[in-house]
Design a protein around this ligand. Structure first.
Ligand code: CTP
Ligand code: MG
Length: 396
């Protein structure tokens, strides 16, 4: 384990008056853990393991240390746990006091911004390194902002284009932050304000809506929802995960002008036909490949051997019907299918609806058919053949 040069100080010593729970806000349950354990997971998800300092209420220091030591060790990070002060600023200051000498960059984070993605930590740390100045994540202000007098009357509308709502983690070169805290003579609401009061520069980088601060009960409900969604990406615990597949097929136009064209399940009178063991229906074959791939059943070549007489000269419908049977026998139903035909001829648009109706009927699921030329490039552009690309979605 290389010694960390980045420290993350998570302040968690507040009482959470506005949330109104019996226990301090950071120790309120959230998901399978607490507000604090969720915030810690965000910090430990950084690209390289930080030195972690947790600042907690005095009577929580020992239990916090013993409960977080294993998870911090598992992430190859280092841990300090200290007791906080009466104000946030004092709590940060106590955290800074225990940083080891090797630390050159410090991120100060509110435990209450429990769902801040690890990427935000990484981006703030990287920006501090690159710019050697303070860096705070911030969001544009979306509401119209009014300045209001004590009597409740609007004084003016403030130009919001210059305003930002700032979040944490706020990152600083360690020396600058230590200096600012050592010389601070007033209480500030965030570390950036304190650092700026010491005459040091601070930049903003893009924040993240998930870094919102859990302050009132409605915020905790929102956090619970986000945690639940995070562990169940589909949003429904029992929702089966659908499967997609892609298929491509190419057939050359037949040298023999007497060969009929079959494409997308349709016969195209008067058009030059495609060569192939079957009827050369590239669109139908691409769909079969997409369906088989989505089901994990291999591809057309494997399933329909070229020496199988059942498929000699067979039309697309035969392949599609058999493919449908195979994927359904594997426990899937077809969600939908799209196929795009690439070529100069035939012109699809007059018969698109007909092709879609036929293929949808055969597969028992919506099939969309589209077409494009390749701008006169390649074999399709030279009119030597037709290509088709299909995508299929299967529902388990
Ligand atoms: N904090 C702290 N020490 C304090 C006060 C606050 O470490 N003396 C921390 C909180 O734990 C929180 C962060 O600073 O993670 C932001 O503060 P805030 O959201 O205001 O939390 P609380 O002060 O706990 O909440 P409230 O103001 O509702 O009491
Ligand atoms: Mg507070």
């Amino acid at each position: 384990m290389s010694t960390p040069t980045i420290a993350v100080v998570i302040v968690a010593a507040g009482s959470g008056t506005r949330l109104g729970y019996d226990e301090p806000k950071a120790f309120v349950p959230l998901g399978d853990g607490t507000v604090l354990s969720t915030a810690v997971a965000g910090a430990l998800g950084m690209a390289s393991a930080p030195h972690l300092v947790l600042v907690v209420p005095d009577d929580r220091v020992d239990t916090t240390r013993s409960s977080f030591e294993p998870v911090v060790a598992a992430a190859s990070a280092a841990l300090d746990v200290v007791s906080g002060g009466d104000t946030r600023q004092q709590s940060v200051s106590r955290g800074l006091a225990v940083l080891p000498p090797g630390i050159d960059t410090v991120l100060v984070h509110d435990a209450a911004r429990a769902l801040t993605p690890s990427l935000v930590f990484d981006e703030v740390a990287a920006a501090v390194h690159a710019r050697n100045r303070g860096v705070v994540p911030a969001l544009d202000v979306v509401d119209t902002i009014k300045r209001v007098g004590v009597d409740g009357s609007v004084v003016e509308t403030v130009d919001r284009s210059q305003l930002r709502a700032v979040q944490t983690p706020q990152g600083f070169p360690r020396r600058a932050l230590d200096h600012a805290y050592a010389t601070a003579r007033a209480e500030f609401t965030d570390d950036a304000a304190l650092v700026q009061s010491a005459g040091l520069a601070v930049d903003v980088v893009p924040g993240d809506v998930r870094a919102f601060k859990i302050t009132v009960p409605a915020d905790l409900r929102r956090a619970e929802q986000l945690v639940a969604e995070r562990t169940r990406p589909t949003g429904r615990h029992d929702a089966p995960v659908p499967r997609i597949g892609t298929g491509t097929d190419v057939h050359a136009f037949a040298a023999d002008a007497g060969v009929a064209l079959w494409l997308a399940g349709l016969h195209w009178p008067g058009e030059r036909g495609l060569s192939g063991h079957s009827d050369g229906d590239a669109a139908a074959h691409a769909i079969c490949d997409a369906l088989l791939a989505a089901a994990g059943l291999g591809d057309v070549g494997r399933v329909f051997g070229t020496d199988d007489p059942r498929f000699d000269g067979a039309h697309g419908e035969v392949f599609l019907t058999e493919t449908k049977r195979l994927v359904e026998a594997s426990g899937f139903s077809i969600g939908n299918v799209t196929v795009q035909i690439v070529g100069n001829r035939p012109k699809l648009s007059p018969r698109r609806a007909e092709a879609e109706a036929l293929l949808s009927r055969v597969l028992g699921a919506p099939v969309s058919v589209s077409a494009t030329t390749s701008d006169a490039l390649g074999f399709t552009g030279r009119g030597e053949g037709v290509a088709a690309i299909a995508t299929a979605l299967l529902i388990p």
